[in-house]
Design a protein around this ligand. Sequence first.
Ligand code: AMP
Length: 285
Amino acid sequence: MSAPILRKLADLRAATAGWKRAGERIGVVPTMGALHDGHLSLVAAAKAACDRVVVTIFVNPKQFNSPEDLAKYPRTEEADAAKLAPYGVDAIYVPDPDQIYPEGFATTVSVSGLTDVMEGACRPGHFDGVATVVAKLFLQTAADRAYFGEKDYQQMMLVTRMARDLDIPITVIGCPTVREPSGLAMSSRNMRLSADGLERAGRLYPVMRQVAEKLAAGASFGDLAPAAREALGAAGFVDIEYFDLRAADSLRALDRPTEPARLLVAAWLDGVRLIDNIAVPQLND
Ligand code: AMP
């Protein structure tokens, strides 16, 4: 059965108020639509642990760095609703823009520290846009749990910190990255790649895996990075914005995985910006 599509905050609040009164646990899955199996894995996780699930679809203008990128972002509401139908979610919240940013909206939520590097450094203003919209969606849905993908690792950390700092009573749950058979992380942006681009994008994951394996065997990141960057260049990746080994909790740069670590990358292929990250096994000392 397809879930009701709610476009007004008042309608969302009417639904969630009833659920809250009944003592039901609400899960929220924030998305920008163009849903794929990665998003649907979050929906499945939410359904498994919550009494009620709200999926939000909002292409948030404040988190885009250029008007062209915003304009090119896929919008597929009908197909999204059809993909959600088998999951039995309770509401799809597709807010009209003024339900998020009413006339005169003047507040920005900004998380410092975690946002100084990688996505924060490469995309000025992006994380303020994310933190602001996610804070609003947390408050608007009054959810108990929120489901985010590890695919956007730094974002997941940011929203966790934001909710904690602002005392928003919600638990952020991170879910593993869902990949294509090639290993390519599923992303709404993959739709913009040609068949050839998709094939070449599939080379990113094996390169990351190889680096992770060598790090686990004791090699230093400084020694491994040049060859890995070259392999990505050979696959057609240009403008590697970052290719970093970082501590999984603080995002401090590391040369060896002497603590829980992630390998994270952002690079352009055929005019599409792709990001990915994987866990790196910790060295036993
Ligand atoms: P987006 O619509 O791209 O803003 O993503 C909405 C949510 O889905 C975010 O929490 C993403 O991290 C998550 N997500 C996107 N791609 C994947 C994936 N391949 N696997 C798991 N989660 C994902």
